[in-house]
Design a binder for this molecule. Structure first.
Ligand code: ATP
Ligand code: MG
Length: 296
């Protein structure tokens, strides 16, 4: 009998499936709680537990594109879903996930929040929308408001950016809630302009992956959930180095690369990922794609 010791128990169930089904299984979203993600998750839980006070702690989750910000913050939000509130007019929702509008528009943000909660959006002024947002967020007893893609505000003039950040500060003060803004490094620059904003938002970074113990552990975690019948030993120095160079240090690219390699390994009957499989699976590193686009 074959041993599937290299696999996580949930992957073992899938290992007996045929090739097509295993390729489908690879496409399912997955969550790996790597140490930095767990650490940030702990700080998010602290925000949720923080007693309401005049000056609430806020967070900026900062990282390059495709490096796990949305995945992490959505995972946090899913751990704290809305609940029925039999006595009240509103549901009870301690955590709310929203995205910043494409440009720094106060009114656009209020509509986004109300839409997320399936509330009617007042058609009148921004003031009316703000009043409704305050009322509704108080009603659901919100504790943590997540604003993903907050770097979108950089698409506006600097005055508009600061206005948007002031509005967020206002919501935090008025409702005594913590705000978690997520975005790329550029966001830090915009936030650092106003000391009042800067000292209220603690940056937490999701840095690019480098060759170290954490990266090799991440590879082991991925390997345990890939439905391949033979071990690949992804964490071995040569293979790990090649994977890091190809994915250029983001977990999103690594995930895509491993899926393409695993698909190829399943379809070709290799049942393991090797350097040859990585070369042959059709994956192009991000900077090669950029170069190709520039030539086109
Ligand atoms: N903890 C994780 N476990 C497994 N896969 C992950 C994890 N975090 C991220 N990924 C993979 O990386 C991809 C990109 O992650 P995510 O969408 O969170 O990036 P992002 O930092 O929000 O990027 P952007 O700034 O472009 O929005 C995900 O679609 C998923 O495949
Ligand atoms: Mg994102």
């Amino acid at each position: 009998m074959t041993s599937y010791m290299h696999l996580h128990p949930s992957a073992v169930d899938y290992i007996e499936l045929d090739a097509g089904e295993r390729v489908q299984w690879l496409k399912r979203p997955r969550w790996i709680g790597y140490p930095r993600a767990q650490e940030v998750m702990g700080k998010l839980e602290d925000l949720l537990r923080h007693p309401r006070e005049a000056r609430m702690p806020n967070m900026l989750l900062i990282g390059g594109t495709n490096n796990g910000k949305t995945r992490l913050i959505r995972n946090f939000a899913q751990r704290h879903p809305a609940e029925e509130n039999p006595g009240g007019e509103h549901i009870f929702a301690p955590v709310l996930y929203t995205q910043a509008p494409p440009a720094p528009s106060e009114s656009g943000f209020y509509s986004e929040i109300l839409n997320t909660l399936f509330e009617k959006v007042p058609t009148s002024s921004a003031d009316a929308k703000r009043a409704r947002v305050i009322q509704v967020l108080r009603g659901i007893q919100l504790k943590v408001l997540i604003v993903d893609e907050l770097h979108n505000i950089l698409a506006g003039a600097s005055v508009k950016q600061q206005q948007f950040l002031n509005m967020i500060k206002y919501l935090s003060n008025e409702l005594q809630i913590s705000i978690v803004g997520c975005g790329t490094g550029d966001l830090l620059r915009a936030v650092s302009i106003d000391p009042q904003i800067q000292n209220r938002f603690v940056p937490e970074l999701l840095p690019r992956w480098q060759m170290n113990k954490e990266f090799r552990q991440l590879l082991m975690s991925f390997e345990r959930i890939l439905p391949l019948r033979n071990p690949s030993e992804l964490h071995e120095p040569q293979l790990a180095g090649k994977l890091l160079a190809m994915c250029e240090g983001t977990i999103g690219e690594l995930s895509t690369l491993l899926n393409m390699a695993a698909t190829y390994a399943i379809q070709q009957g290799h049942e393991q990922i090797s350097a040859d499989v990585l070369n042959a699976c059709g994956y192009l590193p991000p900077s090669d794609r950029t170069r190709q686009a520039a030539r086109a």
